[in-house]
Design a protein around this ligand. Structure first.
Ligand code: NAI
Length: 638
């Protein structure tokens, strides 16, 4: 066919099946930019002239099917007209695809997200290829926007509104098997038979699986009930003034059957919201952090973790979950056992499939003798926070390391410059500082001591990416970035309690600000003894707050002891009701955090203001809709 397409290839095969392959020029992953969409429209024109027996849409990329819309274009929408035009383009094009007379099939291998899934949903059939990278979802909400190209219309029709809203409101993704189970894909096949299966299915004439009657009612006359339930659920996690998009998604589905063009004012409000702008910023910051993992071609396969306590045990489990072979060392087997038991729970929760959980379990090897050191690409020390203990360990470990292996410490408060003095090659020690709980926190600080080998630091960053965390390079300084900015904030929160406010009131002020957890509950969770020790080191010599000191004297250490600021006897904080929150309280409490963040940028502990914002968001959960503390400060004081 005589069409000159840059991003698509269209081939009509002898059996009359047309195959449209998207292979976006100059990119490693496919995204639906304006020109890709435009070419697709021309491709449909062509097929209108010569209708095929069936159309298979697939990707020409290793990386996956389609990652979504082009986020770069999204940031350039500087007028309401442009925002509406963007929604219109995809909505109309995919309606057109859904209406073609010949059968269509999306062959989904690898990620199929956002606009990519909306395209696939507009096909008659969706065939998912069962391999680890296959993921389907509508994560627009995480960018503060909505799936406006038909996702809000078709996903509820395909899998029922409750499941669809759950996906659209959380941004969660499904793997190939779950997608089949939920009815999102018609079938799920291994890669080796995908070509044949796609051809067979597209010509099968097979009707789509009908939605059960109850789901049809919920997607029709009973929409109001579902919408009310969904609004309540969202309200537990996100306030509408901070995160308007999930509420808009529910309304657009319930009132306009997913057609945002019927409510142009909603498009304007959402696309041009500060939240969407800041969440897109956070997305770019996240990509920047990922980039630090690409500065070295270091590849880790085996990891050795020493210290199977709170941190070491969970670090080892996480590495095994992400495919590493891990040996876990402690003083004896009894100390390793609880970590292995916790790991088992993590594997079954995260992997769901018993075979894959078993495989992860097999990769995690208890190693009381420390035999794993000699084979490891990365050795992480997470023993007691004590210089002598760490020195003794390093003396013993260093001579047995493989050449080129990364030697790392997870220390929170000791100076790397003091720790490395016993090494023959002190420049090889790096900090790889994880946060508690390891499985939940996306950030890992990679600490560069004075005189450190830059290649070792780059290798550590590459390793952090390989286990799917976000590396943030920081210079060695007390508290690095994250703990250093938390300390003055927690101190301010506790001073407010000393001044007579209830802990509930202080926490409520920060929840209303948009933090995932109040600072007082955070202190209880971390442990009041740990908070005290961190405070001593990081609060510039300020006296400890009275409320903290008295609780520690009484042996009330927070969650772990059953009582701290709150009663934790049931495993969760038992809170009374919050009092009236003073109007300026939140601002007063974040001010020291912002000031400290700025200081750490000025003193070069962290590379620049954007990286500092990224670190504080991904390391503390700092309200992402603000775009980070420094972005927040500059936007409120402009
Ligand atoms: P922990 O007390 O829970 O565990 C330490 C483990 O190391 C114990 O099981 C102990 O038996 C073992 N150990 C001690 N000396 C050993 C040796 N010579 N050989 C083998 N095993 C040995 O401590 P936690 O909380 O896990 O902290 C470990 C490290 O991680 C410390 O450096 C701490 O600063 C750091 N860290 C702690 C965080 C936390 O929230 N607890 C957060 C981030 C870092």
């Amino acid at each position: 066919m005589n069409m000159s397409l840059q991003h698509w290839r269209l081939l009509v095969e002898a059996d009359g099946i047309a195959v449209a392959t998207l292979d976006k020029a100059g990119e490693s992953a496919n995204s639906l930019s304006a020109d890709v969409m435009d070419e697709f429209s021309r491709l449909l024109d062509q097929l209108d002239l010569y209708p095929p027996k069936g159309l298979i849409i697939r990707s020409g990329k290793e990386a996956g099917f389609i990652a979504g819309a082009d986020i770069g274009e999204f940031s350039q929408l500087d007028s309401p007209e442009k925002g509406r035009a963007l929604v219109e383009r995809g909505w109309n094009l995919f309606n057109r695809l859904a209406a073609v007379r010949y059968p269509t099939l999306a062959l989904v291998r690898g990620h199929c997200l956002g606009g990519g899934l909306e395209l696939a949903l507009a096909c008659r059939y969706l065939l998912a290829v069962d391999e680890p990278g296959t993921k389907m979802g509508l994560p627009e909400v995480m960018l503060g926007i909505f799936p406006g190209w038909g996702g809000m219309l078709r996903l509820p029709q395909r899998i029922g509104p409750t499941a669809a809203l759950d996906l659209m409101l959380t941004g969660k993704t499904l793997d190939a098997r779950r997608a089949k189970k939920m009815g999102l894909s018609d079938d799920c096949v291994p890669p080796r038979v995908m070509e044949a299966a796609a051809r067979q299915l597209v010509l099968s004439g097979q009707p789509r699986r009908a939605l059960p009657v109850i789901q049809r009612l919920l997607n029709g006359p009973l929409k109001g009930v579902v919408a009310r339930g969904a609004r309540k659920q969202v309200a537990r996690k996100a306030r509408p003034q901070h995160y308007p998009a999930p509420y808009a998604i529910i309304d657009l589905w319930a009132k306009h059957n997913g057609n945002a063009l019927a409510a142009p004012e909603v498009i304007d409000r959402i696309i041009h919201s500060a939240t969407a702008r800041n969440l897109v910023r956070v997305f770019h910051l996240q990509e920047r952090l990922k980039g630090f993992g690409k500065t070295s071609d270091f590849k880790a396969r085996r990891v050795h973790v020493i210290g199977a306590g709170v941190m070491g045990g969970d670090i080892a489990a996480w590495c095994a979950l992400r495919g590493m072979t891990v040996s876990l060392q402690d003083q004896n087997v009894e100390r390793i056992a609880p970590a292995i038991a916790r790991a088992g729970k993590l594997f079954s929760r995260r992997l769901r499939d018993p075979l894959r959980a078993r495989a992860a379990f097999d990769r995690l090897i208890p190693d009381p003798q420390g035999e794993g050191v000699a084979h490891a690409d990365v050795v992480i020390e997470a023993i007691f926070e004590n210089v002598e203990a760490k020195h003794a360990l390093f003396r013993h470990v260093e001579p047995r390391l493989k050449p080129g292996a990364v030697l790392a410490t997870n220390t929170s408060s000791l100076r790397l410059e003091d720790l490395c003095t016993v090494l023959q090659r002190p420049e090889r020690l790096v900090g790889i500082h994880f946060f508690n709980p390891v499985a939940m926190m996306p950030l890992v600080e990679v600490v560069e001591a004075k005189g450190a080998d830059a290649a070792a630091v780059a290798a550590a960053c590459a390793f952090v990416r390989q286990i799917d965390k976000l590396p943030l390079p920081v210079k060695s300084a007390p508290g690095f970035l994250v703990n250093a900015v938390l300390a003055p904030y927690m101190l301010a929160a506790m001073r407010a309690v000393d001044d007579g406010l209830a802990p509930e009131t202080v926490d409520e002020a920060m929840l209303a600000f948009g933090m995932p957890m109040g600072p007082i509950e955070l202190a209880d969770t971390v442990g009041l003894d740990i908070a005290m020790a961190a405070g001593k080191q990081l609060a510039d010599g300020a006296d400890a707050p009275r409320c903290l000191a008295t609780r520690i004297e009484r042996g009330q250490l927070g969650k772990k002891s059953g009582q701290g600021f709150y009663d934790w006897s049931s495993g969760r904080a038992k809170k009374g009701s919050a009092g009236q929150v003073p109007a300026d309280l939140a601002e007063r409490l974040v001010a020291p955090l912002i000031a400290r963040t700025r200081r750490l940028v000025d003193t070069g502990v962290v590379g620049d203001a954007d990286l500092a914002d990224a670190g504080v968001i991904f390391g503390t959960g700092f309200a992402p809709f603000t775009g980070g503390p420094l972005n927040f400060a500059s936007s409120t004081h402009e």
